[in-house]
Ligand binder design. Sequence first.
Ligand SMILES: Nc1ncnc2c1ncn2[C@@H]1O[C@H](COP(=O)(O)OP(=O)(O)O)[C@@H](O)[C@H]1O
Ligand SMILES: N[C@@H](CCC(=O)OP(=O)(O)O)C(=O)O
Length: 369
Amino acid sequence: MQFKRIVVKVGSALVSPDGQGCSGKHVLAIAGFISACHQQDIEVILVSSGSVAAGRSSIAHGSNTPSIAAKQAMAAVGQMQMMANWQRFFDFSCSQLLITHGDLKDRKRYLNIKNTVRVLLENRVLPIINENDTVATQELKVGDNDNLAALVAMVVEADALLILSDVDGVFDKDPRKFSDATLIPNIEEITQDIYDLAGGTTNHLATGGMATKIQAAEKACEQGIETFIVNGTKPKAFEQLLQGANPGTHFRAQGNTLTAKKQWLKNTLKSSGAVHVDQGAVRALQKTGASLLAIGVKGLTGDFAKGAAVDIIYFDEQAPKIIGKGISQYSSSDLARIQGQGSHNIETILGYCPSQEVIHRDDLVLSNK
Ligand SMILES: Nc1ncnc2c1ncn2[C@@H]1O[C@H](COP(=O)(O)OP(=O)(O)O)[C@@H](O)[C@H]1O
Ligand SMILES: N[C@@H](CCC(=O)OP(=O)(O)O)C(=O)O
């Protein structure tokens, strides 16, 4: 394998295949792969799901859709079982990092995570990361570990992301529902057609299914990180990976990567609202790389503060289209007063003019779909 630093994401079905605590059934071979990487001086960061699945049998819940509090309690029980399960397959130390979206969107905490992982890797300790499910509320959650793994891969500047699941890769339709589904070994570009192939999950202990894996691949590839979806139930797949072959689906990384600030804006910050723009603004943003001015703003959605991340939306005849995302220099209440106005009128209307632009081009990232 030509990679020097990889993030390996392991899904719940591999850690707790029957939802009754942890098992070595699949984890043993995965740990063998990670140890082989260590021997070849390939640094590994593990993002492991499975705390909810592992803790499930310890918490009374009475249905297939436990309450959020019950799931958080399952995670509290299952997380330590999962960590103990991993540690027993390694003869080097493991470490636990529990993080939330709230930690990643805070630049200081983001850098603390980065520095901690660096020191762990220097000491040949395996970082094992999961979302801090017991403290994370909906707004503070990444929500699924596929996207979390992609964000982690960016934080640690990995050169590959391996998403290990219970399927061989991306199929043209859900292979659990259609016996004639065919595997797609290589995806050069992630378009809407690729998203349309992806269904959810039939495993009630997992989150997201194939859709979140494609979102994760898109984030990672945009940052130049080669991404693979591989069947973690098949030990042969690990031999192939170590030989540099692709046993599942490979998503090709892009050459032109975003700056660290723009990728953080695009992938880590959540939008608090949206500004609706006219066709002239779309042209200026897409063709000339201009900033967004108040004159091109037609409306807005949501209640947001100055400095918030917002989506930029264009309503064509058919449907709203997200053109990009940026940091608004104006709150939604000020923006409502200056929309459609020339920049020279802002001071007269508001009594002050903190910026000629509503979204400066340095704080703006365009969508590629
Ligand atoms: N087009 C597709 N190709 C492959 N798998 C798909 C597709 N659409 C939906 N899936 C489902 O996604 C599941 C994997 O996602 P998930 O259950 O969330 O796994 P994990 O726990 O590993 O994250 C597969 O078991 C499969 O049923
Ligand atoms: N943080 C959760 C993982 C949620 C999740 O994304 O699960 P999966 O779809 O199996 O990767 C847990 O440990 O149970």
